[in-house]
Ligand binder design. Structure first.
Ligand code: NAP
Ligand code: ZN
Length: 360
């Protein structure tokens, strides 16, 4: 008889899962593997709520296997380490982001780009090397190979820092790679959500001038006064968009839903770069002339490798780059997902996993 999620592994675990494409999450008993010799087991304290989780629970990308336990901005305290683990010890604070495995041999892995390994294993909803399906951080206990464990800086808060593990690295990496990290450059951020607001913080820390392009006029005041945004364009206002044509060296596009690219291309200076990190379910459309005229580039980026993720976390801790979060109990998650869909969060929900699951 096939083993059930509760019995396939020896370690009992508890989380919340979606069972079908309604995306509704509810309590779920499952199990985790024993701590292998290179594994780190930890008690989950907080987990961020990324829009990718919302795409996944609703099967918007067509790759979801149910039940799915989301969560890939996971922080906690180490409870047990395998005999060969060198990176951390019991009691240390750690994090796990979007991937928990890769081949560790290919060109990408050899260059610290595990995030571009064709055999990368996502933190939840993916087949693991032992044939089981990975489960994410909307759960009380986590286990991962030490290579995919991030050491948590002492001065970085666990709750507000958690979103750096996905939103942070997904915006830090392209700002660096595409050279949009030089003081004096003008950088646009399309969509002021979880990824977008962290992009603003990194871009400001790099000394760039930051323009937010947003559908939400309601976010303007706080963006300017609190996040230090230099310009705020409401994308539905043709006059504002026209006035900003040709002003940006690059744009990080974090929008999660279908949206036109041509107006964004117009905002770029000649030779400007539009970097897509948002992952809408429907294809994005582009007009050839918006690329040709001004020799512009459209490119993409996916999270970051483990070395760069650690570098980003250490940089954030040093520069005091801390996401703005709304901490919630797990039983608020379905309401939180509804609000996330409506862009109604400033700017990231983070689940207080410990309080929700362990503190009884
Ligand atoms: P989020 O918090 O929901 O932010 C997305 C923002 O996009 C919203 O706050 C909103 O900003 C804007 N937006 C939403 N619907 C829109 C529409 N119809 N038209 C124009 N703008 C719209 O989501 P997130 O967690 O930041 O994730 C953003 C996207 O990145 C998702 O698709 C996610 O799957 C993807 N992602 C990619 C990677 C990667 O490695 N490339 C990693 C993580 C996430 P305004 O209110 O300012 O308009
Ligand atoms: Zn994410």
């Amino acid at each position: 008889m096939a083993k059930t999620p509760e019995t396939e592994h020896p370690v009992k675990a508890f989380g919340w899962a979606a069972r079908d494409n309604s995306g509704t999450l509810s309590p779920f008993n499952f199990s985790r593997r024993d701590t292998g010799e290179r594994d780190v087991q930890f008690k989950v304290l907080y987990c961020g709520v990324c829009h990718s989780g919302l795409h996944m629970v609703k099967n918007e990308w067509g790759v979801t296997h149910y039940p799915v336990v989301p969560g890939h901005e996971i922080v906690g305290v180490v409870t047990e380490v395998g005999s060969k683990v060198e990176k951390v010890k019991a009691g240390d604070k750690v994090g796990v982001g979007v991937i928990v495995g890769s081949c560790r041999q290919c060109d990408q892995c050899s260059n610290d780009l595990e995030n571009y390994c064709s055999k990368q294993i996502l933190t939840y909803g993916a087949p693991y090397i032992d044939g089981t399906i990975t489960r994410g951080g909307y759960s009380n206990i986590m286990v991962a190979d030490e290579h995919f464990i991030i050491r948590w800086p002492e001065n970085l808060p666990l709750d507000a820092g958690a979103p750096l593990l996905c939103a942070g690295i997904t915006t830090y990496s392209p700002l660096r790679y595409y050279g949009l990290d030089k003081p004096g450059l003008s950088v646009g951020v399309n969509g002021l959500g979880g990824l977008g607001h962290v992009a603003v913080k990194f871009a400001k820390a790099f000394g760039t001038k930051v323009t937010v392009i947003s559908t939400s006029l309601g976010k303007k005041k706080e963006a300017i006064e609190h996040l230090g945004v230099d310009e705020f364009l409401v994308s539905s206002d043709p006059q504002q968009m026209q006035a900003a044509v040709g002003t940006l060296d690059g744009i990080i596009d974090t929008v999660s839903a279908e949206h036109p690219l041509v107006p964004l291309m117009s905002l770029l200076k000649p030779h400007g770069k539009l970097i897509v990190v948002g992952a809408p379910e429907k294809p994005l459309q582009l007009h050839a002339f918006s690329l040709i005229q001004g020799r512009k580039t459209v490119a993409g980026s996916a999270i970051g490798g483990m070395k760069e993720t650690q570098e980003m976390i250490d940089f954030a801790a040093k520069k005091n780059i801390i996401p703005d979060v709304e901490v919630i109990p797990i039983d608020y998650i379905n309401t939180a997902m509804d609000r996330l869909l409506k862009s109604d969060v400033k700017y990231r929900f983070v689940i207080d996993v410990n309080k929700s699951f362990n503190a009884h």
